[in-house]
Every structure is written in C-alpha cells, then in structure tokens.
Design a protein. Structure first.
Length: 102
C-alpha cells in the first residue's frame, strides 16, 4: 500500500549531535523516553540556541516558515514533557539530510 498525501520533503540538518540521549539523575529504574527527531533538534538549535528568526532558520532548513513553526512547537512540547515528567530524551529519526552547504 502506498503512502497517501504529498511526499515529505527532507529537512536539512547542519549539525549531527555529539550526544543523542539525555537522562535524568536521581530517577530510580528506567524512566520513560521522549523522542526528539533530528529536524526538531535542528529547529531548537537554530531558533533557541543560535537565536535566529524563524524565517531565516526555515530557509536554512529549506522548509516553509509555517512548517518550521510546527516543528519547533512539537519540539518544545516534547522537551517540556521530558523535563516535567523526568523522561529520557532521545534524539533520533526523522526525515532529514545532513548537509554543510548553504
């Protein structure tokens, strides 16, 4: 069965994270996990860490500003869930290509 709808565009990610998992200390047992896709990681890096405006960050990822905003909102929600509930954050997956070209 073929996927429905429009094919998903690859997101351009410029930095492969050196660390791909964060876990809380002082939490007995194995805490639940929250997945953060690579495009969400890149959106957080560009908008929050580097302080770029959404329009410029979206252009670097070669997506629309609206798509960038949705990705960033999902990333913020995932991070907030992990921080509030003490979950492990795993950075993995997504529809992306690592590129250093401008």
């Amino acid at each position: 069965m073929q996927p429905r709808g429009r094919p998903k565009k690859y997101r351009i990610v410029r930095l492969d994270p050196r660390i791909n998992q964060f876990s809380p200390r002082g939490r007995p047992g194995r805490p639940n996990e929250v997945d953060l896709n690579m495009d969400q990681f890149e959106a957080i890096r560009l908008a929050d860490y580097m302080g770029l405006p959404q329009k410029k960050a979206a252009k670097l990822m070669r997506i629309s500003q609206q798509t960038f905003s949705r990705i960033l909102t999902r990333a913020h929600k995932s991070l907030a869930n992990a921080l509030v509930n003490g979950h492990t954050i795993k950075i993995q997956g997504g529809h992306y290509v690592i590129s250093s070209r401008e």
